[in-house]
Design a protein around this ligand. Structure first.
Ligand SMILES: [Ca+2]
Length: 376
Protein backbone atom coordinates (compact mmCIF):
# COMPACT_ATOMS: atom_id res chain seq x y z
CA UNK A 1 0.00 0.00 0.00
CA UNK A 2 2.85 2.36 0.77
CA UNK A 3 4.42 1.81 -2.62
CA UNK A 4 1.12 2.55 -4.23
CA UNK A 5 0.87 5.81 -2.34
CA UNK A 6 4.27 6.86 -3.57
CA UNK A 7 3.72 5.99 -7.21
CA UNK A 8 0.15 6.97 -7.76
CA UNK A 9 -1.17 9.09 -4.93
CA UNK A 10 -3.68 11.01 -6.97
CA UNK A 11 -5.20 7.94 -8.52
CA UNK A 12 -5.54 6.38 -5.13
CA UNK A 13 -7.21 9.45 -3.67
CA UNK A 14 -9.58 9.66 -6.63
CA UNK A 15 -10.48 6.04 -6.18
CA UNK A 16 -11.11 6.68 -2.52
CA UNK A 17 -13.32 9.62 -3.34
CA UNK A 18 -15.21 7.40 -5.77
CA UNK A 19 -16.12 5.11 -2.93
CA UNK A 20 -17.10 7.96 -0.68
CA UNK A 21 -14.05 8.41 1.52
CA UNK A 22 -13.42 12.02 2.49
CA UNK A 23 -9.70 12.53 2.04
CA UNK A 24 -9.73 16.21 3.15
CA UNK A 25 -6.72 16.82 0.99
CA UNK A 26 -4.39 14.99 3.32
CA UNK A 27 -3.11 11.51 2.99
CA UNK A 28 -2.52 10.52 6.58
CA UNK A 29 -6.18 9.95 7.50
CA UNK A 30 -6.52 7.83 4.39
CA UNK A 31 -3.41 5.87 5.22
CA UNK A 32 -4.66 5.24 8.72
CA UNK A 33 -8.04 4.29 7.41
CA UNK A 34 -6.59 1.96 4.83
CA UNK A 35 -4.56 0.15 7.43
CA UNK A 36 -7.49 -0.10 9.79
CA UNK A 37 -9.90 -1.41 7.19
CA UNK A 38 -7.38 -2.93 4.84
CA UNK A 39 -9.42 -5.83 3.51
CA UNK A 40 -12.62 -3.87 3.14
CA UNK A 41 -10.99 -0.85 1.65
CA UNK A 42 -8.96 -2.82 -0.86
CA UNK A 43 -12.06 -4.57 -2.03
CA UNK A 44 -13.94 -1.29 -2.40
CA UNK A 45 -10.97 0.25 -4.12
CA UNK A 46 -10.73 -2.64 -6.54
CA UNK A 47 -14.43 -2.40 -7.29
CA UNK A 48 -14.21 1.36 -7.78
CA UNK A 49 -11.32 0.95 -10.17
CA UNK A 50 -13.24 -1.40 -12.43
CA UNK A 51 -16.27 0.84 -12.29
CA UNK A 52 -18.51 -1.49 -10.33
CA UNK A 53 -20.23 -1.43 -7.01
CA UNK A 54 -18.74 -3.63 -4.37
CA UNK A 55 -21.79 -5.89 -4.60
CA UNK A 56 -21.45 -6.27 -8.36
CA UNK A 57 -17.76 -6.89 -7.99
CA UNK A 58 -18.27 -9.66 -5.46
CA UNK A 59 -21.03 -11.26 -7.51
CA UNK A 60 -18.80 -11.37 -10.56
CA UNK A 61 -15.92 -12.73 -8.52
CA UNK A 62 -18.08 -15.54 -7.27
CA UNK A 63 -18.75 -16.60 -10.85
CA UNK A 64 -15.17 -16.64 -12.02
CA UNK A 65 -12.18 -18.75 -10.98
CA UNK A 66 -9.85 -16.05 -12.24
CA UNK A 67 -11.57 -13.44 -10.18
CA UNK A 68 -11.77 -15.70 -7.19
CA UNK A 69 -8.05 -16.15 -7.41
CA UNK A 70 -7.59 -12.41 -7.53
CA UNK A 71 -9.89 -12.02 -4.57
CA UNK A 72 -7.71 -14.47 -2.73
CA UNK A 73 -4.75 -12.27 -3.46
CA UNK A 74 -6.63 -9.26 -2.18
CA UNK A 75 -6.98 -10.99 1.13
CA UNK A 76 -3.33 -11.79 1.58
CA UNK A 77 -1.95 -9.35 4.10
CA UNK A 78 0.43 -6.65 2.90
CA UNK A 79 0.42 -7.76 -0.75
CA UNK A 80 -3.12 -7.02 -1.74
CA UNK A 81 -2.60 -3.96 -3.83
CA UNK A 82 0.38 -5.09 -5.91
CA UNK A 83 -1.09 -8.47 -6.59
CA UNK A 84 -4.37 -7.02 -7.61
CA UNK A 85 -2.54 -5.00 -10.22
CA UNK A 86 -0.74 -8.11 -11.41
CA UNK A 87 -4.04 -9.89 -11.92
CA UNK A 88 -5.70 -6.85 -13.35
CA UNK A 89 -5.57 -7.72 -17.01
CA UNK A 90 -7.06 -11.15 -16.35
CA UNK A 91 -9.83 -9.49 -14.43
CA UNK A 92 -10.56 -7.01 -17.17
CA UNK A 93 -10.62 -9.82 -19.72
CA UNK A 94 -12.81 -11.99 -17.55
CA UNK A 95 -15.24 -9.16 -16.95
CA UNK A 96 -15.09 -8.13 -20.57
CA UNK A 97 -14.34 -4.63 -19.36
CA UNK A 98 -12.06 -3.69 -22.22
CA UNK A 99 -14.40 -0.96 -23.38
CA UNK A 100 -14.58 0.60 -19.97
CA UNK A 101 -10.83 0.74 -19.78
CA UNK A 102 -10.11 1.38 -23.41
CA UNK A 103 -6.94 3.44 -23.69
CA UNK A 104 -6.86 3.95 -19.97
CA UNK A 105 -6.13 1.25 -17.48
CA UNK A 106 -5.06 -1.32 -20.03
CA UNK A 107 -2.30 1.00 -21.16
CA UNK A 108 -1.01 1.41 -17.64
CA UNK A 109 2.70 0.67 -18.14
CA UNK A 110 2.75 -1.31 -14.93
CA UNK A 111 0.38 -3.77 -16.53
CA UNK A 112 2.69 -4.21 -19.48
CA UNK A 113 5.59 -5.15 -17.27
CA UNK A 114 3.96 -7.89 -15.33
CA UNK A 115 6.18 -10.79 -14.48
CA UNK A 116 3.38 -13.17 -15.41
CA UNK A 117 1.90 -13.95 -18.76
CA UNK A 118 -1.20 -12.03 -18.07
CA UNK A 119 -3.30 -12.82 -21.10
CA UNK A 120 -5.70 -15.71 -21.32
CA UNK A 121 -4.38 -16.93 -24.64
CA UNK A 122 -3.02 -20.33 -25.50
CA UNK A 123 0.52 -19.54 -24.40
CA UNK A 124 0.48 -22.09 -21.66
CA UNK A 125 1.85 -25.53 -22.31
CA UNK A 126 1.76 -27.74 -25.34
CA UNK A 127 -0.30 -30.79 -24.71
CA UNK A 128 -2.23 -29.24 -21.88
CA UNK A 129 -5.63 -27.70 -22.05
CA UNK A 130 -4.78 -24.22 -23.19
CA UNK A 131 -7.73 -22.35 -21.82
CA UNK A 132 -8.10 -23.97 -18.43
CA UNK A 133 -6.85 -22.27 -15.34
CA UNK A 134 -7.53 -25.42 -13.43
CA UNK A 135 -7.13 -29.11 -14.15
CA UNK A 136 -8.91 -31.91 -12.33
CA UNK A 137 -7.37 -35.38 -12.44
CA UNK A 138 -9.76 -38.26 -12.00
CA UNK A 139 -8.03 -40.80 -9.80
CA UNK A 140 -10.95 -43.22 -9.95
CA UNK A 141 -13.68 -44.21 -7.48
CA UNK A 142 -14.97 -40.65 -7.40
CA UNK A 143 -11.70 -39.26 -6.15
CA UNK A 144 -10.35 -36.18 -7.90
CA UNK A 145 -7.17 -34.15 -7.59
CA UNK A 146 -7.41 -30.42 -8.27
CA UNK A 147 -4.59 -28.56 -9.96
CA UNK A 148 -3.92 -24.91 -10.72
CA UNK A 149 -2.28 -23.57 -13.88
CA UNK A 150 0.98 -21.81 -13.12
CA UNK A 151 1.80 -19.64 -16.10
CA UNK A 152 5.37 -19.32 -17.27
CA UNK A 153 6.78 -15.96 -16.17
CA UNK A 154 7.82 -13.59 -18.94
CA UNK A 155 11.02 -12.78 -17.15
CA UNK A 156 13.57 -14.62 -15.09
CA UNK A 157 12.66 -14.79 -11.44
CA UNK A 158 14.85 -14.67 -8.38
CA UNK A 159 15.01 -17.95 -6.54
CA UNK A 160 16.41 -18.22 -3.02
CA UNK A 161 16.73 -15.64 -0.29
CA UNK A 162 18.97 -12.63 0.32
CA UNK A 163 21.80 -13.06 2.79
CA UNK A 164 20.19 -10.67 5.24
CA UNK A 165 16.95 -12.65 5.46
CA UNK A 166 16.58 -14.22 8.90
CA UNK A 167 17.24 -17.94 8.72
CA UNK A 168 19.10 -17.64 5.40
CA UNK A 169 21.59 -20.38 4.66
CA UNK A 170 24.16 -20.58 1.89
CA UNK A 171 22.23 -23.24 0.02
CA UNK A 172 19.55 -20.59 -0.46
CA UNK A 173 21.82 -18.06 -2.15
CA UNK A 174 19.85 -16.16 -4.73
CA UNK A 175 20.03 -16.95 -8.42
CA UNK A 176 18.17 -15.73 -11.45
CA UNK A 177 16.25 -18.59 -13.02
CA UNK A 178 14.39 -18.86 -16.28
CA UNK A 179 11.24 -20.92 -16.23
CA UNK A 180 10.16 -21.33 -19.82
CA UNK A 181 7.02 -23.38 -19.57
CA UNK A 182 3.69 -23.36 -17.82
CA UNK A 183 2.55 -26.28 -15.73
CA UNK A 184 -0.19 -27.40 -13.42
CA UNK A 185 0.53 -27.79 -9.73
CA UNK A 186 -1.58 -29.57 -7.14
CA UNK A 187 -3.77 -27.08 -5.35
CA UNK A 188 -3.19 -29.05 -2.14
CA UNK A 189 -0.80 -31.63 -0.78
CA UNK A 190 -1.78 -35.15 -1.90
CA UNK A 191 -4.35 -36.42 0.58
CA UNK A 192 -4.63 -39.87 2.09
CA UNK A 193 -7.86 -40.46 0.20
CA UNK A 194 -6.10 -39.68 -3.07
CA UNK A 195 -3.09 -41.76 -2.15
CA UNK A 196 -5.19 -44.78 -1.25
CA UNK A 197 -7.29 -44.44 -4.43
CA UNK A 198 -4.13 -44.79 -6.50
CA UNK A 199 -1.80 -47.19 -4.65
CA UNK A 200 -4.16 -48.89 -2.20
CA UNK A 201 -5.06 -48.52 1.46
CA UNK A 202 -2.30 -50.74 2.78
CA UNK A 203 0.42 -48.43 1.46
CA UNK A 204 -0.91 -45.52 3.50
CA UNK A 205 1.23 -45.42 6.66
CA UNK A 206 0.28 -41.90 7.66
CA UNK A 207 0.60 -41.21 11.36
CA UNK A 208 -2.25 -38.68 11.51
CA UNK A 209 -5.11 -40.50 9.84
CA UNK A 210 -7.86 -38.81 7.88
CA UNK A 211 -9.11 -38.89 4.28
CA UNK A 212 -8.54 -35.18 3.80
CA UNK A 213 -5.31 -34.91 5.69
CA UNK A 214 -2.14 -35.01 3.63
CA UNK A 215 -0.48 -38.37 3.20
CA UNK A 216 2.79 -38.45 5.17
CA UNK A 217 5.38 -40.92 6.28
CA UNK A 218 6.16 -41.59 2.61
CA UNK A 219 9.62 -41.94 1.11
CA UNK A 220 10.72 -40.04 -1.96
CA UNK A 221 10.57 -43.25 -4.02
CA UNK A 222 7.01 -43.85 -2.85
CA UNK A 223 6.04 -40.34 -3.88
CA UNK A 224 7.65 -40.91 -7.27
CA UNK A 225 5.81 -44.23 -7.55
CA UNK A 226 2.49 -42.49 -6.84
CA UNK A 227 3.26 -40.08 -9.67
CA UNK A 228 4.00 -42.97 -12.03
CA UNK A 229 0.69 -44.64 -11.17
CA UNK A 230 -1.26 -41.42 -11.74
CA UNK A 231 0.64 -40.90 -14.97
CA UNK A 232 -0.35 -44.37 -16.17
CA UNK A 233 -3.93 -43.78 -15.10
CA UNK A 234 -4.39 -40.33 -16.63
CA UNK A 235 -1.88 -40.40 -19.50
CA UNK A 236 -0.62 -37.02 -18.34
CA UNK A 237 2.96 -36.21 -17.40
CA UNK A 238 2.55 -36.39 -13.64
CA UNK A 239 5.65 -36.00 -11.49
CA UNK A 240 7.08 -34.32 -8.43
CA UNK A 241 7.83 -30.63 -8.81
CA UNK A 242 11.40 -29.54 -9.21
CA UNK A 243 12.55 -26.75 -6.93
CA UNK A 244 12.15 -24.05 -9.54
CA UNK A 245 8.56 -25.01 -10.15
CA UNK A 246 7.87 -25.31 -6.44
CA UNK A 247 9.45 -22.03 -5.39
CA UNK A 248 8.02 -20.00 -8.25
CA UNK A 249 4.57 -21.36 -7.42
CA UNK A 250 5.06 -20.78 -3.70
CA UNK A 251 6.28 -17.21 -4.06
CA UNK A 252 3.57 -16.30 -6.55
CA UNK A 253 5.65 -13.23 -7.48
CA UNK A 254 6.29 -12.26 -3.86
CA UNK A 255 9.83 -11.55 -2.71
CA UNK A 256 9.20 -11.58 1.02
CA UNK A 257 10.21 -14.53 3.23
CA UNK A 258 6.63 -15.84 3.07
CA UNK A 259 3.86 -15.32 0.58
CA UNK A 260 1.98 -13.84 3.51
CA UNK A 261 4.65 -11.15 3.72
CA UNK A 262 7.46 -10.59 6.17
CA UNK A 263 6.33 -13.13 8.74
CA UNK A 264 3.92 -15.99 9.38
CA UNK A 265 1.43 -16.68 12.14
CA UNK A 266 -0.35 -19.76 13.39
CA UNK A 267 -3.79 -18.34 12.65
CA UNK A 268 -2.98 -18.58 8.94
CA UNK A 269 -0.79 -21.67 8.87
CA UNK A 270 -0.10 -24.96 10.63
CA UNK A 271 3.47 -24.87 11.93
CA UNK A 272 5.09 -24.72 15.36
CA UNK A 273 3.76 -21.34 16.39
CA UNK A 274 5.05 -21.85 19.93
CA UNK A 275 8.63 -21.42 18.70
CA UNK A 276 10.35 -18.05 18.70
CA UNK A 277 8.43 -15.89 16.20
CA UNK A 278 9.95 -14.85 12.89
CA UNK A 279 10.71 -11.15 12.49
CA UNK A 280 7.90 -9.06 13.87
CA UNK A 281 5.62 -12.07 14.23
CA UNK A 282 3.93 -13.27 17.40
CA UNK A 283 3.97 -16.47 19.39
CA UNK A 284 1.01 -18.67 18.53
CA UNK A 285 -0.16 -22.25 18.82
CA UNK A 286 1.48 -25.56 18.07
CA UNK A 287 -1.13 -28.02 16.80
CA UNK A 288 1.28 -30.98 16.91
CA UNK A 289 -0.45 -32.72 14.02
CA UNK A 290 -1.42 -32.28 10.39
CA UNK A 291 -4.65 -30.51 9.50
CA UNK A 292 -7.05 -31.31 6.63
CA UNK A 293 -6.02 -29.64 3.40
CA UNK A 294 -7.42 -26.24 2.50
CA UNK A 295 -8.04 -25.06 6.03
CA UNK A 296 -5.88 -21.95 5.77
CA UNK A 297 -5.34 -19.11 3.32
CA UNK A 298 -4.17 -19.92 -0.21
CA UNK A 299 -1.35 -18.03 -1.82
CA UNK A 300 -2.02 -15.56 -4.67
CA UNK A 301 -1.88 -18.40 -7.21
CA UNK A 302 -4.56 -20.29 -5.29
CA UNK A 303 -2.23 -22.91 -3.79
CA UNK A 304 -2.75 -24.11 -0.24
CA UNK A 305 -0.28 -25.34 2.34
CA UNK A 306 2.93 -24.24 0.64
CA UNK A 307 4.44 -22.99 3.89
CA UNK A 308 2.97 -25.49 6.32
CA UNK A 309 1.12 -28.70 7.24
CA UNK A 310 3.53 -31.21 5.68
CA UNK A 311 6.83 -30.45 3.98
CA UNK A 312 6.92 -31.62 0.38
CA UNK A 313 9.19 -33.91 -1.58
CA UNK A 314 10.60 -32.21 -4.66
CA UNK A 315 13.49 -32.71 -7.04
CA UNK A 316 16.72 -30.77 -6.78
CA UNK A 317 17.37 -27.92 -9.14
CA UNK A 318 21.02 -27.93 -10.09
CA UNK A 319 22.12 -24.41 -11.00
CA UNK A 320 25.19 -25.80 -12.79
CA UNK A 321 22.93 -27.05 -15.51
CA UNK A 322 21.77 -23.50 -16.11
CA UNK A 323 18.25 -24.50 -16.96
CA UNK A 324 15.31 -26.30 -15.54
CA UNK A 325 15.50 -30.04 -15.90
CA UNK A 326 12.94 -32.68 -15.00
CA UNK A 327 10.94 -32.44 -18.18
CA UNK A 328 10.48 -36.18 -18.05
CA UNK A 329 9.01 -38.14 -15.24
CA UNK A 330 11.17 -41.24 -15.07
CA UNK A 331 13.31 -41.78 -12.05
CA UNK A 332 16.84 -41.12 -13.21
CA UNK A 333 20.21 -41.47 -11.59
CA UNK A 334 20.95 -37.76 -11.72
CA UNK A 335 17.77 -36.64 -10.02
CA UNK A 336 17.90 -36.04 -6.32
CA UNK A 337 15.33 -35.56 -3.62
CA UNK A 338 14.90 -32.34 -1.73
CA UNK A 339 12.25 -31.07 0.65
CA UNK A 340 10.53 -27.71 0.32
CA UNK A 341 8.07 -25.89 2.55
CA UNK A 342 7.53 -26.14 6.28
CA UNK A 343 5.29 -28.47 8.26
CA UNK A 344 3.25 -28.69 11.45
CA UNK A 345 6.56 -29.51 13.14
CA UNK A 346 8.61 -26.64 11.70
CA UNK A 347 9.90 -23.53 13.32
CA UNK A 348 8.80 -20.45 11.37
CA UNK A 349 12.20 -19.84 9.75
CA UNK A 350 11.98 -23.31 8.23
CA UNK A 351 8.65 -22.46 6.59
CA UNK A 352 10.11 -19.73 4.37
CA UNK A 353 9.69 -19.81 0.58
CA UNK A 354 13.43 -20.30 0.12
CA UNK A 355 13.98 -22.93 2.80
CA UNK A 356 15.28 -26.31 1.62
CA UNK A 357 16.57 -29.52 3.06
CA UNK A 358 18.20 -32.52 1.38
CA UNK A 359 17.58 -35.70 3.36
CA UNK A 360 18.09 -39.25 2.10
CA UNK A 361 15.38 -40.53 -0.21
CA UNK A 362 14.34 -43.26 2.24
CA UNK A 363 13.50 -40.67 4.91
CA UNK A 364 9.98 -40.97 6.34
CA UNK A 365 8.41 -38.43 8.66
CA UNK A 366 4.94 -37.68 9.90
CA UNK A 367 5.66 -34.13 8.76
CA UNK A 368 6.66 -35.00 5.18
CA UNK A 369 4.36 -35.51 2.20
CA UNK A 370 4.24 -34.15 -1.34
CA UNK A 371 2.18 -32.54 -4.07
CA UNK A 372 2.35 -33.20 -7.79
CA UNK A 373 2.74 -31.27 -11.02
CA UNK A 374 1.59 -31.96 -14.57
CA UNK A 375 3.58 -30.60 -17.48
CA UNK A 376 3.83 -31.37 -21.16
CA1 LIG B 1 3.04 -28.09 2.66
Amino acid sequence: MDGYFKTDRDRFVNALKAIGVDTNGTIEPVRALSKRFEDELSLKLAAAEVGLTEKQFLELMDRSPVISKALGSLRVATLKRDLFIKEFRNIVTEFNLGLIFSGKEINDPRLNNLPLSADNSTATTEGLSSDANELVLNLGTNVNLEMVLIRAPKQKFIMGSPGEEAGHRHDEDQQSVELKYSYYMGKFEVTQKQYEAVVGKTRNRSVFRGDDRPVENVTWDEAVYFCKCVRDKTQKNVRLPNEVEWEFACRACTTTPFYFGSTINSVDANYDGSAAPFGNGVVGSNRRETTPIGRFKPNPFGLYGMHDNVSEWCEVYDPNHGEVRSETADLQADRFPVIRGGSWHSRPENCRSAWRESPKSETKRSSLGFRIVVSK
